[in-house]
Design a protein around this ligand. Structure first.
Ligand code: C2O
Ligand code: CU
Ligand code: CU
Length: 529
């Protein structure tokens, strides 16, 4: 049974029937509470995009010494002129930052004191970074109000676009939604070579772009109150923020821009495309979760699930001066087919006015005057050695639905339970399989990056994007830490569990739909030997 409320405004009745997962309920369209921010309407894109630079919110902080980051309750105007309670990580190292974009060189040491000034427990997790387990922000490391946590570890990551966010036990979804997340940029030779050859400058032509969907109450305050249905399927917003700006626009020169796109949403999946009117423009994928891929890949669309990053180049010179180009999410089949579990009485319906799979705008780019700058992209961006598969241990990671809970290998999260051990230095191939009955899950690994080697039994909308061998899409290339697994699909990933950390290390595997994570779609695994 298709459970999410059907908005005929976004998806025609025929499109819904064509999903073939049952009959759609006809529900009256709810009025849009903050009409000027309805992202479906292109006319609404009137707020200047917030561009991270210097100090202040999302200022770029080149880490040169120890930092003290506080987790604190604050006020922030997401909707213009409407202050909302918000959670922030202020940092004061000379300049004052909130949720700084941390930037560091691979191999450097990160020293952070986290001070919990919230009224509830919290902890920071460094998403995508290979850290000792003790430094990983495991929910077992959660600190009480008033307490501090000392992070101290060496960066062991390729250059790329990573991020950090709260991982408080059972509170991740709410705290991340309310603000506790930002970027972590790692620099290396590959990154510098790219920046030089395409003439990129962070904050000018190289723009971190976090996409998040939120709900707001009548006063314009951030709203988060999942009912049973939303706790089970994931919370959706109906106002779409790019760098915390609702319905943002940005004027661009007729040249190539780098957008480091992070899906920082709790549950929403986006199908990203650039459109000039009805015409799709091409863009170039240059990186994924764990840094640059080997060669630039031209595309007109790509999926991005919560937790994933897509590093792209977009040539705004494709459009003429004065033209508007929209970064959009194209319509897709949400494939939410949770069977009887989702139709239990008292579960409620999704309260978002924007259904999963709806078509809407994210960011408007207005092409400015000036001579077109044509930049030649390097043919090679990086070298990625494939993980040798011979002799690798095979392991099944089975996602399932039991009652109203999504499980991994039949388990729901228990803090002290280790689901399995892997041997230090071993290589494994995991077959992550998702049953037909259920929904898509972005599966995330702590501690190590992996390589996607194959997609099997992909649904049509993914099979159609499989431009690479073994059913892989452009979002699967390079080094990954999060991979979207659609209903009925099996995704095979290769992991090399070699590291230089002494002793046993306990990390986790979980769904990055944050409501699923908090509901326990998460297991511990341990690297031993
Ligand atoms: Cu970004 Cu354990 O998560
Ligand atoms: Cu993570
Ligand atoms: Cu999930």
């Amino acid at each position: 049974m298709l459970k999410r409320r059907a908005l005929f405004h976004f998806l025609g009745a025929t499109a819904l029937m064509a999903t073939g997962v049952g009959h759609a309920k006809t529900v009256a369209v709810k009025p849009f509470r903050h009409y000027p921010f309805d992202p479906v309407d292109a006319e609404n894109f009137l707020q200047k995009l917030f561009i991270p630079l210097g100090s202040g919110p999302f200022g770029v902080l080149d880490v040169a010494g120890p930092l003290t980051m506080r987790a604190t309750a604050a006020s922030f105007s997401l909707l213009p002129g409407k202050p909302s309670p918000f959670l922030l990580y202020p940092e004061q190292s000379g300049k004052a930052y909130q949720n700084p974009i941390l930037r560091m060189e691979n191999g450097a040491n990160l020293k952070v004191t986290l001070r919990n000034e919230l009224a509830e427990p919290t902890i920071i997790h460094w998403h995508g970074l290979h850290t000792p387990a003790k430094m990983d922000g495991h929910p077992a490391s959660t600190i009480a109000p008033g307490q501090s946590f000392e992070y101290d570890f060496k960066l062991r990551n390729r250059g790329g676009t990573y991020w950090y966010h709260t991982h408080a036990h059972n509170l991740t979804a709410k705290q991340a939604y309310n603000g506790l997340a930002s970027f972590f940029l790692v620099e290396d030779e590959d990154q510098r070579r790219l920046a030089q050859s395409v003439d990129l400058k962070l904050g000018e032509t190289d723009l971190p772009l976090v996409i998040q969907d939120k709900q707001f109450d009548g006063q314009g305050r951030l709203h988060y109150q999942p009912n049973g249905q939303e706790a089970m399927m994931g919370w959706l917003g109906d106002i779409v923020l790019a760098n915390l700006t609702p319905n943002a626009y940005q004027t661009v020169a007729p040249r190539t821009y780098r957008l480091r796109i992070l899906n920082g949403s709790n549950a929403r999946i986006y199908r990203l495309a650039f459109l000039k009117g009805k015409e799709r423009l091409s863009y170039t994928v240059i990186g994924t979760d764990g840094g640059l891929i080997e060669r630039p890949q031209s595309t007109t669309e790509a999926f991005i699930a919560p937790g994933e990053r897509l590093d792209i180049l977009f040539d705004a010179g494709q459009a003429k001066a004065g033209a508007s180009v929209f970064l959009k999410s194209l319509p897709f089949d949400p494939m939410e087919n949770e069977g009887d579990a989702g139709s239990m009485p008292g579960m409620g319906e999704s309260t978002s006015r924007l259904d999963m799979g709806a078509e809407f705008n994210i960011l408007k780019l207005v092409v400015g005057e000036g001579a077109r700058v044509e930049l030649k992209l390097p043919a090679e961006l990086s070298h990625i050695a494939p993980i040798p598969l011979a002799g690798a241990t095979k392991r099944n990671i089975k996602l399932s639905l039991q009652g109203m809970n999504f499980l991994i290998n039949g388990r729901t999260f228990k803090m002290d339970e280790i689901a399995f051990d892997v041997k230090r230095g071993s290589r494994e191939v995991w077959s992550i399989s998702n049953p037909k009955l259920g929904m898509p899950h972005p599966i995330h690994l702590h501690g190590f990056s992996f390589q996607v080697i194959e997609r099997l039994n992909s649904p049509k909308q993914i099979a159609g994007l499989a431009k690479f061998d073994k059913g892989r899409t452009v979002s699967d290339l390079g080094w990954k830490d999060t991979v979207l697994v659609w209903p009925g699909e099996t995704v095979r990933v290769a992991i090399d569990f070699s590291h230089d950390l002494p002793g046993d290390q306990t990390y986790m595997v979980h769904c990055h739909n944050l409501e699923h994570e908090d509901a326990g779609m998460m297991i511990n695994y341990r690297v031993i030997g």
